[in-house]
Write a protein that binds this ligand. Structure first.
Ligand code: JHZ
Ligand code: SAH
Length: 409
């Protein structure tokens, strides 16, 4: 008997996975050698639901295995992202005419990179953040934080103490949460009549067009499009009223939702849905040769790394990203090919990377390392990083990037 087909997390339609990455560890489980003995893995497969158009993981580790007291991703490790979130806060303040009588809630505030801007402008706000260590950093910035997972029941509890929100915001969090119906019901409960729910996440259209397959790892259970987000909103009496593309995280989309029928729907929404249909994001055909495209990058990168190793070149990694966990584990890149990865996040340093156990070293050591080639795992921060390292890299050193194709810069 064949195994049952997976069911869509949104509409329960059955679907066939289109790519199987095999066994994958937790993308942010950096640990000591002892901590990584008998490391947990899960089978990472991705599918497309032809009914509601949602791209999703077939299975995902339990949320407490990913988000806990020692979560390794700190949002404020990028100066560019600090600037991005400052601009985000300003555009919301303008959109909703926020004052010191308003109320903003952020789902997944991490170290407070976005909410710190509302604190600075005296707009009352509340962060919801289950990972204690990053929530602590937000609290230290004077941000009020509830250390818990957002869902419908938490939204009801919040309303016992706080008023309804003029804006509910979230960045790079919605696509992490499998229980979307509870989230949308919670948002509906907590959002004021004229409130907006604004969130941004890596955009499916970019993941397809750039072959940025490394946006797929345990935390990213969904890859959204305007097609799938409008379907989901509609199921809960909400409406997609605007979409704005963002350059962050290799190509993201900011979605604005409101209670159905309350606000004007921007032409941007119709245009994007039209362009998604043109691109084929509404049909499984576009996903069928995705694996071949990923495997072409895999072959080209592995061939290059083996050639460099045989030539006696020193290759190191830059940025121990969550994305790199998919790249190193799916491609089979160990410290034989990339000797170490440099990263500016203290909690990742002097540990080993998930699955393939490449040593993670501090940024200071990068300055002394004298590599021949630097594999840029944080390719989404290329502009910021390449600018910062321009002088150092000019000394006969080369970047290697692999999205959308393998390239020596
Ligand atoms: P970065 C994480 O993804 C996880 P990751 C999560 N699932 C998600 O969706 C996005 O963030 C929002 C380091 N670095 O941003 C810091 C330097 O060392 O690509 C980080 O460890 N020097 C929530 O992990 C990593 O690189 C630098 O100059 O794929 C970047 O991680 C800069 C700029 C970064 O996210
Ligand atoms: N918004 C930040 C942080 C993204 S990291 C940024 O864009 O950089 C994703 C965060 O979502 C983590 O800090 C994680 O703890 C949090 N998270 C995961 N599930 C959540 C949930 N159900 N409710 C609120 N936050 C959640």
């Amino acid at each position: 008997m064949g195994s049952a087909m997976p069911k869509c997390l949104i509409c329960e339609n059955e679907y066939d996975p289109f790519i199987d990455f095999g066994d994958m560890p937790i993308a942010n489980s950096f640990g000591s050698k002892e901590e990584l003995v008998d490391e947990y893995t899960f089978k990472m497969k991705v599918g497309f639901c032809s009914s509601c158009k949602m791209v999703q993981l077939v299975s995902q580790p339990d949320r407490e295995m990913m988000f806990h007291d020692n979560y390794a991703f700190f949002s404020s490790t990028s100066n560019y992202m600090k600037e991005h979130f400052k601009n985000f806060s300003e555009s919301i303040s303008k959109l909703q005419d926020l004052t010191n009588n308003s109320f903003v809630v952020e789902i997944g505030c991490n170290d407070g990179i976005l909410l710190q801007n509302f604190v600075a402008t005296s707009v009352p706000c509340l962060g919801i953040e289950p990972s204690k260590n990053v929530a602590q950093v937000a609290s230290e910035k004077g941000i009020e934080v509830i250390t818990d997972f957002f869902d419908q029941s938490l939204a009801e509890n919040i309303l016992k103490t706080y008023k309804k929100a003029d804006a509910i915001l979230s960045a790079n969090v919605m696509c992490h949460i499998p229980y979307m119906h509870s989230i949308y019901e919670g948002v509906k409960t907590l959002l004021s009549e004229k409130g907006v729910f604004v969130f941004e996440d890596p955009y499916l259209g970019e993941v397809i067009e750039k072959t940025s397959f490394d946006q797929i790892y345990d935390e990213h259970v969904f890859l959204f499009s305007a097609l799938s987000v409008s379907y989901l909103a509609d199921m809960h009496g909400l409406e997609l009223i605007n979409v704005e593309s963002q350059v962050t995280h290799g190509g993201s989309m900011r979605y604005t939702l409101a209670h159905k029928g309350v606000k004007h729907v921007s032409k941007n929404v119709f245009d994007l849905i039209e362009s998604e249909k043109k691109l084929g994001l509404d049909n499984e055909r576009i996903f069928l040769d995705y694996k071949n495209k990923v495997d072409k990058i895999k072959k080209n990168l592995i061939d290059l790394l083996i050639r460099l190793k045989n030539d006696g070149k020193k290759v190191v990694g830059y940025g121990a990203t969550s994305k790199s966990t998919t790249v190193t584990n799916y491609f089979g890149i160990s410290n034989q090919l990339v000797s170490c990865i440099y990263d500016n996040t203290p909690i990742k340093q002097n540990k080993f990377s998930p699955g393939v156990h490449i040593p993670i070293l501090s940024y200071d050591e990068f300055q002394k390392s004298d590599p021949d080639y630097v594999l840029l795992f944080a390719w989404n921060h290329a502009a910021e990083i390449m600018k910062k390292e321009k002088e150092y890299m000019a000394k006969d050193k080369h970047w290697i990037t692999y999205i959308p194709e393998v390239k020596i810069n």
